[in-house]
Design a protein around this ligand. Structure first.
Ligand code: NAP
Length: 349
């Protein structure tokens, strides 16, 4: 059977801050039948993930585009692949059957066609499907591996996280609290700061937009220095964090969102500090840690069921809202994991 598939594309490459006018809704004929003998899986998309890294794929040139198979350049007018949860409509792949829930690389569209690459059968385990896009999906794995595998915090250590009310950041803070660390987060509004302190259990939080001297701010919140910095933003915040790190401090370089839309912006941390304080700074990609997925899931479900962790989701409805949801990431509009619900056909099997 043939239907139409609506999807979101970029009109041209984007080299600054994304705007609504940079995107278009396209409609193409789409077959819901699998070609005989093919390995294809036809999927109805239910929830799709909205992630900052996509902006680096939309640029004319970015060093990220050749570094990983997940971050390749997006061509104008073409389907944009994105993480998400969907339901199988038809499958020629022996690993998937019609009506299976799946999680993995789908697209910013109504339907996706997958050859099985980065696609898994999903057991929702009684949780809402959207949780598997964020907390129990790649955002969760990113927070878990960056904190525990790279920074290896110990009980009582002092942890700083930037973009702390975002998808990855809020989880980093919550994981660090489960370990008994002192946790401070920064975010871009008074409401976000309140949420971090009053709902998510952060020891302290501050609005970085109200601070004029980030070095002095961090000195105020960390009179005994920072042991672990989980960096989501780069720029001046990374420089200030390095200045305030303790001996043998660890920095997980997860993302540098403040640099993504500002071509000339680069953090220039004091390298003498890095050397003399023997600071470890490590960039990483969560996709390299898929082998830790089972451990991450069981730990996280444990924390959820004992109430040690809360879920922070920010869901927009309808494929048409993908551009505004995406643009909002760079303006600080989202609180927690940004997701778009593409279909309302979420009925359980
Ligand atoms: P997110 O934090 O949910 O959303 C982005 C947030 O970043 C915004 O809400 C905004 O919050 C903040 N922000 C935007 N522009 C900023 C600026 N110029 N300066 C400071 N903060 C700014 O996004 P996420 O999905 O959790 O991703 C967080 C970071 O992790 C991103 O850098 C992303 O690329 C990275 N990441 C890396 C991996 C990996 O494998 N290494 C995987 C996933 C994500 P405020 O209101 O606080 O400004």
């Amino acid at each position: 059977m043939e239907v139409t598939n609506k999807f979101i594309a970029i009109k041209a490459t984007i080299d600054g801050e994304p705007q609504e006018g940079d995107f278009e809704l396209k409609i193409q004929p789409f077959s819901l039948s699998v070609k005989p003998g093919s390995n294809d899986v036809i999927i109805k998309n239910l929830y799709v993930s909205i992630d900052p890294y996509q902006i680096n794929r939309m640029k004319t040139v970015s060093s990220s585009q050749k570094a990983s198979k997940f971050s390749t350049r997006i061509a104008p007018g073409e389907v944009i692949d994105a993480y998400g949860v969907g339901k199988v409509v038809a499958s020629g792949n022996p690993k998937f059957e019609k009506d299976d829930y799946v999680v993995g690389l789908l697209s910013w569209g109504e339907y996706s066609i997958s050859h099985g690459f980065m696609l898994s059968k999903l057991d929702p385990m009684g949780f809402p499907l959207s949780y598997h896009v964020g907390l129990l999906g790649l955002s969760g794995l990113t927070a878990y591996t960056g904190l525990f595998e790279i920074c290896k915090p110990k009980k009582g250590e002092k942890v700083f996280v930037s973009a702390a009310s975002g998808s990855v950041g809020n989880l980093v803070g919550q994981y660090a609290k489960t370990l008994g660390c002192y946790v401070v987060g920064c975010a871009g509004s008074p409401d976000k700061v309140k949420l971090l302190k009053e709902k998510l259990g952060f020891d302290q939080a501050f609005n970085y937009k109200e601070e004029t001297d980030l070095n002095a701010t961090l000195e105020r919140y960390f009179p005994d220095g920072i042991d672990v910095y989980f960096d989501n933003v780069g720029g001046e915040m990374l420089e200030a964090a390095i200045s305030n790190m303790n001996l043998y401090g660890r920095v997980a370089l997860c993302g540098v969102i403040s640099e993504y839309t500002d071509v000339g912006k680069r953090a220039t941390p004091n390298m003498m500090d890095v050397i003399y304080k023997r600071i470890m700074i490590r960039g990483y990609l969560a996709g390299d840690y898929m082998h830790l997925f089972p451990e991450f899931i069981s730990t996280t479900i444990d924390h959820l069921s004992t109430g040690k962790m809360l879920v922070l989701e920010d869901i927009s409805i309808g494929l048409e809202s993908v551009p505004s949801a995406f643009i909002g990431l760079f303006r600080g509009y989202n609180v927690g994991k940004k997701i778009v619900q593409v279909s309302d056909d979420l009925g359980d099997k």
